[in-house]
Design a protein around this ligand. Structure first.
Ligand code: FPP
Ligand code: MG
Length: 389
């Protein structure tokens, strides 16, 4: 089977799933078209994993442990920054801090920090507390702030009741105050971003904000043409989830000063692990209990959303297409669709697609010098695939 890199559709999926190794429209660096076979990709990924496991310095690397000290004071630093901007003692501070409670997974900053270190080591930058590392940490912090601001707005839009097992912000306060809380986090994040002091990084991370909003808009749309639904879903997944990971990785590679082709590979790592992350998220909505998730299970169907498990299931059970078209609004749709997904094999297909994106993420690391960070980023793919919440 052959996959073509850049903007073409994947021949392996009848619904025209987006090309795993391709980059989205706004990253023109990889403009040439080259062809890789699945065998090439598997061989390269296997070779990379084997090379890493034979290097003792790369053994047993856990991304979260490697950047533990940076992550440990991240929440404290965010609290401090949020406080600094407040001119009045208002509730706004409580609102803005509410989701920065240490309960998040911190996957985004962890990946951004590790990619930064990966690129630094490639460039022979060894100091642990130098200017470059400090700037990369700011990028990681800003990525967490953008993510959290988007969750605040998302909970308002989704009328969420809980987030990470506690009352969601829109319930604890109200819609107006929560909206402003999210805006305030973004405002402080924007100031921090400018303090990184690199215009290219500001441009890179600003794109994430535009993508997040466009992803939400895409989620409101329904594609009447069934053949366009998978492509639409993957594009939305890039915008809503992968963009933040991809562009944070790109920003930290830029700050390390690696070549433009390695900057692109850092982006591809973030993009592919980001899409895998969203695919697994959509899978968990069907297989994990509400208690484990910290939010109701089956929530996507209830919101009218057709994610990968449903889209795969619709290939086996075409009756799902009508339900997707009416966004599961008719009484009994949610329960019926949930059942059909369980019987269809769509859950395993979703996991397989996530696995392919993880393979592509690993392949993107190929030309970086071996290091414990590289091993940790490879292992991070397993964590993403096997997570249960
Ligand atoms: C979670 O989606 C939401 C996002 C990943 C992005 C939401 C983006 C916006 C609301 C646009 C505005 C952006 C900013 C920066 C203010 P989900 O509902 O699928 O996940 P969930 O189950 O965790 O709620
Ligand atoms: Mg939501």
């Amino acid at each position: 089977m052959t996959r073509v890199i850049t903007g073409t559709r994947c021949s392996s999926h009848p619904a025209g799933c987006s090309v795993i190794l391709s980059q989205p429209r706004r990253t023109p660096q990889l403009s040439g078209t080259r062809t890789v076979t699945t065998a090439d990709r598997d061989q390269a990924a296997a070779g990379l994993t084997a090379a890493l496991s034979s290097d003792s310095s790369c053994h047993g690397a856990d991304a979260f442990s490697l950047v533990e000290s940076s992550l440990a004071d991240m929440i404290e630093e965010i609290h401090k920054e949020l406080k600094e901007e407040l001119v009045l003692e208002t509730e706004l501070g409580d609102l803005a801090r509410y989701y920065f409670d240490g309960g998040g997974k911190a996957v985004r900053p962890c990946i951004a920090l590790c990619v930064g270190h990966l690129a630094n080591q490639h460039m022979g930058i060894v100091e642990k507390v130098g200017v470059v590392v400090r700037r990369q940490k700011m990028v990681a912090i800003v990525s967490e702030m953008i993510h959290t601001a988007s969750l605040v707005h998302d909970d308002i839009l989704d009328h969420a009741e809980t987030r990470r097992g506690k009352e969601s912000i829109n319930v604890k306060w109200d819609i107006r105050r929560s909206t402003m809380g999210g805006d305030y986090i973004l405002a402080v994040g924007s100031r921090l971003l400018s303090q990184v002091g690199d215009v290219e990084v500001v441009v890179i991370l600003s794109q994430v904000l535009a993508d997040l909003v466009q992803g939400e808009f895409q989620q409101l749309e329904n594609k009447d043409d069934e053949s366009e639904r998978f492509e639409h879903y993957l594009s939305k997944s890039f915008n809503k989830t992968a963009s933040l990971m991809a562009y944070s990785c790109r920003a930290n590679a830029v700050l390390a000063g690696v070549s433009s082709s390695l900057v692109e590979q850092a982006f591809q790592y973030g993009r592919n692990i980001g899409i895998a992350f969203q695919l697994v998220d959509d899978l968990l909505d069907f297989i994990v209990s509400a208690d484990q998730l910290g939010k109701p299970a089956g929530a996507d169907l209830k919101l009218g959303l057709a994610t990968a498990p449903v889209l795969f299931a619709a290939e086996k059970f075409p009756q799902l297409n009508e339900m997707i078209g009416r966004r599961f609004q008719t009484k009994g749709d949610v329960e019926r669709a949930f059942q059909l997904v369980q019987e269809s094999g769509g859950l395993e297909e979703t996991r397989q697609l996530a696995r392919k994106h993880c393979d592509a993420a690993i392949l993107a690391l190929e030309h970086f010098a071996d290091s414990k960070y590289k091993a940790a980023l490879v292992e991070m793919c397993d964590k993403v695939l096997n997570r249960m919440k």
